[in-house]
Structure formats: C-alpha cells, structure tokens
Write a protein that binds this ligand. Structure first.
Ligand code: ADP
Ligand code: ADP
Length: 228
C-alpha cells in the first residue's frame, strides 16, 4: 500500500503539489489524470523517491520513506518498477542488455541476470527479440522492452508515466492489455498517469484527478466518472 499524507512539493517558490493525501491500495490499477503541469509526474517521482517532498509523508507498506538514507531507499526502489513515455532504452545495448540493466545494478550473478531478463522478455512476448537492438523494433515493441525492464526485479508496484502517449490507438490497447496481465497474473499494483480519459476508463479501478497541484477528486473509477 502506498500512502501520501499532506504531501507538498515546491520548486523554488513554485508549488507543484499542494497538500495531496491519497492511498493506493495493493492489488489494483490506480490511475492519475490531469492536464499538463497538474503535478502527475512529480507525484510519481515522490512515490519512487527520486525526489523528496517539501512537506508531508510518503509511506510504502507502512514504512515512512521520507526520512530514509539513500542506501535504505535503494532497497525500496527495487520494489518499484518504472515505465516511461519515451521508453528510455539504451540504444547501444541489446534488448536483453536493456532488460538486464537493473538486475546488474542490483549486483546479481550473471546467469541469474540472464535468466530473469529472459523470463521478463518472454512475459511481454519478446523472447525472440533478445539479441536485437531497440531501433530494430516498433514503438509498441520498444515499450514492451521498457515494461520487461521494469518487471525484471520482480517489483510489487509498477509506475507508468504516460506509457501509451507516444503509441497509436491499437498499440495502446496492446500495452493496456499487458498492464492488465501484469496486474492479474503477477499481482503487481499499478499506478499509471495519463492525460487520456479512455486509458483510465479502460483499465483503472481507482482514480485520482489532479489540477494545478491539488487533488480535486479520488475514488472508484465508476463513481468519479459517473456524474454528467
Ligand atoms: P504533469 O506531469 O502533470 O504534466 P509535472 O509534475 O511534470 O506535471 O509538473 C508540475 C509543475 O511543476 C509544472 O508546472 C512543472 O513546470 C513544474 N516542475 C516540475 N518539475 C520541476 C523542476 N524540476 N523544477 C521546476 N519546476 C518543475
Ligand atoms: P550513470 O552511471 O552516469 O548514472 P548510467 O549508464 O547508469 O550512467 O545511466 C545513463 C542514463 O540513463 C542516466 O541519465 C540515467 O538516469 C538513465 N538510466 C539509468 N538506468 C535507467 C533505467 N533503468 N531506466 C531508465 N533510464 C535509466
């Protein structure tokens, strides 16, 4: 479970997030929607502790993250996988090398790295593409490599920052189906941010709506979208 309590984030004297409190329960798909500049990416960076809040508290399964040392934070970050809009793959590395990267950072032995990276690639349906390079793949395939990399460390939580925004509608649906499988088959909690209402409606069970750094609404997806 992820809990944010009265979290604010300021950049200089600009307040990107303003006293946001929300709870992401385990096991679901949680959507964060809002216009550009609403604070969505900031929220994700606070959850994986790439940034620390100016005020308030961020808890992961009851552990207060905000005061932890970098060394202890690294262990928590390994429980969180992250997927990006522009995939963020290394061009110079093979598909397998990209997926293996976080496992190598974690210091696992080579054969274990290789096996887990291959398993993650197979899960996303790209086992045959291990030796290719990212530029030899389509956008949707590249994003699946990004997702395999995020899964390689067997995270409990997957964070997605506009993972489908650079993809066409058909490929978007494929990636959303993959998210659903990750959620149901692997039991991974997903927090995804999007500016596309369709994405939320299709797969999220709970949603939060951000506007100008404030949480304006949160709850079950069908309730939040029920009113005219
Ligand atoms: P969203 O993801 O909803 O588009 P962001 O979280 O990226 O919004 O940004 C929220 C606001 O905070 C924006 O106005 C943005 O310009 C500002 N912001 C984000 N990161 C920084 C930063 N590192 N320094 C200064 N301002 C930032
Ligand atoms: P450094 O040792 O300088 O951090 P790296 O080779 O680790 O260099 O990373 C190079 C760039 O790729 C950095 O900008 C880093 O933020 C980014 N990067 C590193 N690991 C990942 C990852 N797993 N997913 C996405 N981007 C990453």
């Amino acid at each position: 479970m992820i809990e944010l309590v009265e979290v604010s984030k300021e950049y200089g004297d600009f307040r990107a997030l303003d006293r946001v409190s929300l709870t992401v329960p385990d096991g679901g798909i949680f959507g964060v929607i809002g216009h550009s500049g609403a604070g969505k990416s900031t929220l994700l960076r606070l959850i994986n502790q790439l940034e620390r809040p100016t005020a308030g508290s961020v808890r992961l399964n009851g552990t207060e993250l905000t005061g932890l040392s970098e060394r202890r934070l690294r262990a928590h970050r390994r429980e969180i996988g992250m997927v990006f809009q522009q995939f963020n793959l290394f061009k110079s590395r093979t598909v397998l090398g990209n997926v293996a990267y976080p496992l190598r950072l974690a210091g696992l032995p080579r054969p274990v790295v290789r096996q887990r990276a291959l398993e993650a690639l197979e899960f996303v349906g790209l086992g045959e593409y291990a030796k290719r390079h990212p530029e030899q793949l389509s956008g949707g395939q590249r994003q699946r490599v990004g997702i395999a990399r995020a899964l390689a460390n067997s995270p409990k939580v997957l964070l997605s920052d506009e993972a489908t925004s650079a993809l066409d509608p058909e490929t978007t649906l494929e990636v959303l189906d993959l998210f659903r499988r990750i959620n149901t088959e692997l039991g991974v909690t997903i927090v995804l941010i999007t500016h596309e209402m369709d994405v939320l409606r299709r797969i999220c069970d709970r949603v939060a709506v951000l506007d100008g750094g404030r949480l304006v609404e949160t709850g079950d997806a069908y309730r939040v979208f029920a009113h005219p």
